[in-house]
Write a new protein. Structure first.
Length: 164
């Protein structure tokens, strides 16, 4: 298993992994592959990593620049191929995403998802709930990466998320 930055040659495989993950997932949503493409098109994709196994892309994570707060990244979508679920690939992508975001200089990461999965990486809905946003706990969660990360204010994802 290899985690590496995405290249444009990966994009077809990333779209396929994203579609199959979200269609098979508990809250199937076919628009996630289009969201990935829209974030790239808008120039809001900050970090993208793929998980590669035997030369095949089996996972992907996107981190995009948030409109608010300054310095924050939004994590998602995160997807792994359904036939490879529960083998640690999603966790490896999360660990790598957090490390890259730290290296990138991000102050914090916000995400939306099941807290049972994300709390193991340090995400907390209490951290996110201190921010005004369009999202509700417990799904809206955040992880502070730096001491000077903001503690309150507004949280708004990149435009492609379509909050307003
Ligand atoms: C969520 C997802 C990325 C996890 O990928 P994975 O490669 O199976 O992850 P891992 O093998 O590292 O870890 C899976 C662990 O998280 C748990 N888990 C996986 N998906 C979960 C979910 N939606 N809710 C709660 N727990 C979940 C598993 O039970 C497993 O726990 P275990 O280690 O105790 O067995 C993958 O299931 C997926 O692509 N799902 C569909 C898309 C999605 O929901 N993405 C996240 C929201 S943005």
């Amino acid at each position: 298993m290899n985690i590496r930055p995405r290249t444009p040659d990966d994009d077809e495989a990333i779209a396929e992994v994203t579609r199959s993950a979200f269609t098979a997932g508990p809250r199937g949503h076919a628009g996630e592959a289009e969201l990935v493409e829209a974030l790239r098109r808008d120039g809001d994709a900050a970090i993208e990593l793929v998980a590669e196994m035997d030369g095949r892309v089996v996972g992907h994570v996107m981190l995009s620049t948030m409109r608010d707060p300054t310095g924050a990244l939004g994590l998602g979508p995160l997807s792994t191929s359904p036939e490879a679920w529960r083998r640690g690939i999603g966790s490896m992508l999360m660990d790598a995403a957090i490390a890259r975001a730290t290296g990138y200089g991000a102050t914090m990461i916000f995400l939306l998802g099941n807290p049972d999965f994300y709390r193991r990486f340090g995400f907390a809905s209490e951290t996110a709930a201190a921010f005004d946003s369009a999202y509700d706990p417990p799904y809206f969660q955040a992880l502070r990466l730096t001491k000077d990360a903001p503690r309150s204010g507004r949280a708004r994802y990149a435009r492609a998320f379509g909050e307003d």
